[in-house]
Design a protein around this ligand. Structure first.
Ligand SMILES: Cc1cc2nc3c(=O)[nH]c(=O)nc-3n(C[C@H](O)[C@H](O)[C@H](O)COP(=O)(O)OP(=O)(O)OC[C@H]3O[C@@H](n4cnc5c(N)ncnc54)[C@H](O)[C@@H]3O)c2cc1C
Length: 339
């Protein structure tokens, strides 16, 4: 099962040069977080050694929806209720910083990719969804965070396609090497598909809740539409599932769901279907801290399906921690002690 992202870059074989006898700093895992951590360490002059068992972005990072969405995995009101207003606001602001930082990295490192910092649409279904969107937007704005509420016509103008009638307007392997985290980071399989090239219609990413576990998508610059979600219809709901491979129930729901949101996409040819494993934490907030009982070792994981905006910023904080031996203050909300 090749993802859109791997298909679009081809498969670069990994050179197996053996491991050097020693390294001052090692980063284990070559996903977006490990790669970003290695970048920050290299910029700090620490010549990191990156160890990856399969290949660049072999895990969730190369098989995701590609959406860089600022904010917490849970909606803002739920995060305010769980963490308190000040903490939720500060974490949200940190993800906005991570969002911008990703753009800086792509520019500064001259990375040839299709990064678009266009913001994201959260599609509301029905009156209930619209009420929740109103509440979220109001709370975000009160806290000085950017949010705009669009009506159906504005959304249709933005996406360049009619919406379905029901729509009104809105790490997983940590436990292998760190047994203390085995019970804290739950593997959850996520599945997605991509269509063949289609005329331009979606300016950026979107999220929508057709099921409680949520759906999301975007149109890539080559016109292919990427769509994922529907974990809720999987037998066992894909919680605890680490094996790659999709389930027919989820893939059928993806086909049906895409046509439901965008009727003009009904019957669009699907070229690729894929899955990978996310890591969920108990409170859906990433965990980033020193490894218990292993002096000098730091880890992050449990991005709960929203690791992209955290990648650049949390890895930078961890690189600082690894270099100085102490956790920077900004890591406070993500530390293990909260669990
Ligand atoms: C279908 C799907 C859709 C998603 N959509 C989005 C989205 O649109 N936006 C978003 O923000 N997030 C999304 N996510 C989540 C996002 O992809 C993750 O949060 C993010 O990629 C986590 O990055 P990571 O580097 O921590 O983990 P990973 O990318 O999983 O990297 C872990 C790496 O560690 C390697 N590894 C494992 N064990 C070892 C070992 N013993 N030794 C060496 N290497 C090892 C693996 O091979 C892997 O490459 C999605 C996830 C999935 C599965």
């Amino acid at each position: 099962m090749i993802s859109y992202w791997h298909a679009s870059i081809g498969h670069a074989p990994l050179a197996d040069d053996g491991l050097p006898a020693e390294a001052r700093v090692a980063v284990v895992g070559g996903g977006v977080h490990g790669a970003s951590a290695a970048l920050w360490l290299a910029r700090a002059g620490l010549a990191p050694l990156l160890i990856e068992r399969a290949g660049p972005a072999a895990g969730a990072s190369g098989h995701n929806g590609g959406l860089l969405v600022s904010g917490l995995a849970e909606g803002y009101p739920a995060a305010v209720a769980r963490f308190g207003r000040e903490a939720a606001r500060a974490i949200y602001a940190l993800t906005l910083e991570g969002y911008g930082l990703m753009g800086d990295i792509v520019r500064e490192e001259s990375i040839d990719c299709d990064l678009r910092l266009t913001g994201n649409l959260s599609l509301a279904l029905g009156e209930e969804g619209l009420d929740a969107a109103r509440q979220t937007a109001a709370l975000l704005r009160e806290d000085g965070l950017p949010a705009e509420l669009l009506d159906r016509r504005a959304v249709e103008g933005l996406v360049g396609a009619p919406l379905g009638a029901e729509i009104l307007a809105l790490n997983a392997w940590s436990g292998d090497l760190l047994p203390d985290l085995a019970g804290m980071i739950t593997p959850v399989r996520g599945q997605a598909l991509s269509t063949g090239p289609l005329p331009p219609m979606l300016p950026g990413g979107f999220g929508v809740s057709l099921t409680p576990t949520g759906e999301y998508g975007q149109q890539a610059l080559d016109g292919r539409v990427i769509f994922g979600g529907f974990r809720a219809v999987a037998p066992g709901r894909d919680v605890g599932v680490r094996e790659p491979g999709g389930s027919p129930e989820v893939q059928a729901a993806l086909d049906e769901g895409l046509a439901r949101i965008f009727p003009s996409l009904a019957g669009a040819p699907v070229e690729l279907r894929w899955s990978s494993t996310m890591g969920f934490s108990p409170d859906y907030l990433p965990i980033a801290d020193a490894v218990p009982g292993l002096p000098g070792a730091w880890f992050s994981g449990g991005f709960s399906g929203h690791g992209m905006p955290y990648a650049a910023i949390l890895s930078r904080l961890l690189a600082e921690a690894a270099a100085s031996g102490a956790a920077p203050a900004a890591l406070a909300p993500f530390r293990l002690s909260r669990l």
